[in-house]
Design a protein around this ligand. Structure first.
Ligand SMILES: [Zn+2]
Length: 489
């Protein structure tokens, strides 16, 4: 997941987990009800033993520094290929760029070779950078402490990578009779979305992993007070677009200031933009998200969650829900975050130009031109121009909430976590799934490990860590979804 707003995710849970001691947290999760894995015809896979193996894979992957840029995912790809070969599965390395290699492998269904039925297990190998001075452990040391495995990428996204590998290998070891092909894909360059990303892999190698369904990162299993609250399944995502705000003015000696000052034009514009809120437009997935969440939410808030598009009440409902949680606010409308400022080279020189960057996240279906038009009207200053940057994300159709895979996730989630709501979500952050959805793949985002607010907050932050009991739970949850969807009963 790239460029995630840390606080956003923290509030995704919509609850603030106060002071649960790490040791208590990890052990509390361990006590969560465990339901035995389904028996696959012609053999079974004991996920707890496999999860122990996968824990070692995760630790090894953490020790491979795949910070992006530059990425250097090749070592991780070869490591994974080695594990697959040991299982008698033939991997294929896919060149995505210099030193950037993805890896793909396939388990074939004897019965059905139709790629539109195939299931793709996706995860990315690259990680975001670290500020070592702020970490209490070596970010690439895979240090195990208090029931946690610490390390950059332990959650985003090497946990999912190791869990995908475990579920894939469990099918092989269990001699599962597959009703569709299952494909394992480890990608590069997700955090930058650059030239070595899934977009390049699709352009060069689509035939090697074409599928109708996919499981990827993007959602989460939220824990509060040691209990799983709900399972969020990402079925759609907002579209990231960067826009430069360029202000011009009369340059000159700073001792003779005029009103036509580029820095002042810019500051005035940014102040207006910062106070602006685009109109709310709850999408179908967002409406469903709040309807489901209302089941476990405080009744007063639940009432408004159910009224987001009820005539005469919608406006107030949207205000109440938006003010309750910045993430919910961002799920309801196009969002605009001023993130960078630049202007001036010398303190005693008034610059001719000053600029700022806006990180905009559009609701699927909205266009940046309409929003920029609104902002230009709002700023109402001929000295201020807006330049849409070329690196925009892609608006992709949402994945269906009626598909066999979504229903399998829903059913398995409720079984695995004792009846908690399984809610579809529109993520404010981007994942590789948008590219897959553009190729008609019904892609769903999970992070199948029960994680607390505190754990989620550490992604892209300091001391990122995976609770090991949650990891084992996540491996089982993911395997059950994969087996439930792809293995003949
Ligand atoms: Zn990620």
């Amino acid at each position: 997941m790239h460029k995630r707003r840390r606080i956003g995710v923290a509030l995704l849970a919509g609850f603030l987990i106060a002071g649960a001691a790490p040791r208590a947290g990890a052990q509390a999760v361990a006590k969560l009800p465990q339901t035995p894995a389904p028996v696959i015809a012609a053999g079974t896979a004991d996920t707890s033993a496999l999860a122990k193996e996968a824990e070692k894979w995760l630790a090894d992957l953490i020790r491979m520094n795949t910070t992006n840029p530059p990425g250097n995912e090749q070592a991780a790809a070869k490591y994974i290929a080695g594990i697959l070969e040991k299982e008698g599965i033939k991997p294929e390395l896919l060149e995505a760029g210099p030193g950037r290699t993805a890896v793909v492998a396939r388990l074939r269904s004897a019965a059905v070779a139709d790629p539109t039925r195939a299931l793709l297990l996706v995860a990315h190998m690259d990680v975001v950078g670290v500020d070592r001075a702020k970490w209490t452990v070596d970010p690439f040391g895979a240090v195990e402490k208090d029931g946690y495995l610490y390390g950059r990428g332990s959650v985003d996204d090497k946990g999912m990578l190791a869990a995908n590998l475990a579920a894939f290998i469990a099918l092989k070891r269990g001699n599962a009779r597959l009703n569709r092909d299952v494909i394992f894909l480890a990608t590069c360059d997700e955090e930058q979305g650059g030239d070595a990303s899934i977009k390049t892999l699709i352009a060069k190698y689509w035939d090697k992993f074409a599928a109708g369904f996919a499981l990827n990162e993007g959602g989460n299993v939220t824990v509060k007070g040691g209990k799983v609250q709900y399972v969020a399944v990402q079925a759609s995502e907002k579209v990231a677009v960067n826009v430069a705000v360029v202000a011009r003015g009369a340059s000159g000696h700073a001792s003779i200031p005029t009103k036509d000052n580029a820095v002042v034009h810019l500051a005035t514009a940014i102040a207006k933009i910062g106070a602006y809120s685009a109109p709310a437009r709850p999408t179908a997935i967002v409406r469903r998200y709040f309807e489901e969440l209302a089941r476990i939410e405080d009744p007063e808030l639940a009432k408004w969650m159910r009224a987001l598009d009820t005539p005469d009440r919608a406006e107030h409902a949207q205000r109440v829900v938006s003010e309750a949680n910045p993430l919910w606010n961002s799920m309801l409308r196009d969002s605009i975050a001023p993130t960078m400022l630049a202007g001036g080279v010398r303190v005693n020189v008034i610059p001719a130009e000053a600029r700022a960057m806006l990180n905009i996240r559009l609701l699927p279906g909205d266009t940046v031109d309409v929003l920029v038009g609104e902002l230009a009207k709002l700023v109402n200053d001929p000295q201020v121009k807006f330049e849409v940057q070329p690196d925009a994300g892609y608006a992709a159709p949402p994945s269906s909430l009626e598909s066999e895979l979504y229903q399998t996730i829903e059913k398995t989630g409720a079984e695995q976590f004792a009846g908690v709501p399984v809610v579809p979500c529109l993520s404010t952050w981007a994942t590789d799934s948008s590219q897959l959805r553009l190729h008609n793949v019904q892609a769903y985002g999970l992070v199948p490990f029960p994680l607390t607010e505190e754990d989620l907050k550490r992604m892209h932050g300091e001391d990122e860590r995976m609770p090991l009991a949650s990891f084992a739970q996540g491996v089982q949850f993911l395997y059950r979804i994969v087996a439930g969807f792809a293995a003949a009963k």
